[in-house]
Design a protein around this ligand. Sequence first.
Ligand SMILES: C[S@@+](CC[C@H](N)C(=O)[O-])C[C@H]1O[C@@H](n2cnc3c(N)ncnc32)[C@H](O)[C@@H]1O
Length: 211
Amino acid sequence: MEDKYTETINTWNKVAQLYEDKFMDLELYNDSYQKFCELLINQNASILELGCGPGNITKQLLRLKPQLDILATDVSENMIAHAKKNNPTITTQQLDARKLASLQCTFNGIICGFIIPYLAKEDFEKLCKDFNTKLHKNGILYLSYVEGNYEHSGFQTSSSGDRAYFYYYDSKFIAQTLVHNNFKILNQLEVHYEKNDNTLETHSILIAQKG
Ligand SMILES: C[S@@+](CC[C@H](N)C(=O)[O-])C[C@H]1O[C@@H](n2cnc3c(N)ncnc32)[C@H](O)[C@@H]1O
């Protein structure tokens, strides 16, 4: 299992610039970022981003609420460097989401854009427990993932020829795990995404509140 993670993390480090070129200004998910921001009560809410990539989500959040206090984290040091370059005012930190419990602070909101596809089920379940301890009461959680059968998970090869292990998740399982960890589901959105080979994927976005 650890070998899969090592290969996946190395791949993300290599493709940081490619990912930025393709996704930095994508507007497809903007409605969901707007929804997340509307649910944050304070203008200067504290937000933790996990798997921030080149800072594409952070950039949109700051456009909507410029006073948000954002800590953007990613396991890839190259992604972190891109996130800081693209959002010079934010705080960044290299962090493996599997080590979320090691962070000392708590937050009003946590945002995880397409990082669950790189976490095995047991690590996702642990992450949900950690969300609960890292969010303030009534804190807001944003998760996005690719809808599918977990059994169909496996290595995928990027256009650069590098591989990452990709996990599909079923929304019912995600919602049940969150409810089990004291979350109330507030919103579920689906976005249809056309891949390079013209096939369609369902991208699911779930917004939940800690009880
Ligand atoms: C598909 S990109 C998503 C980037 C951005 N959040 C977005 O939604 O466009 C996945 C990101 O998750 C990061 N990642 C993968 N495994 C991770 C882990 N175990 N802990 C933290 N970040 C991870 C990768 O480095 C990459 O930046």
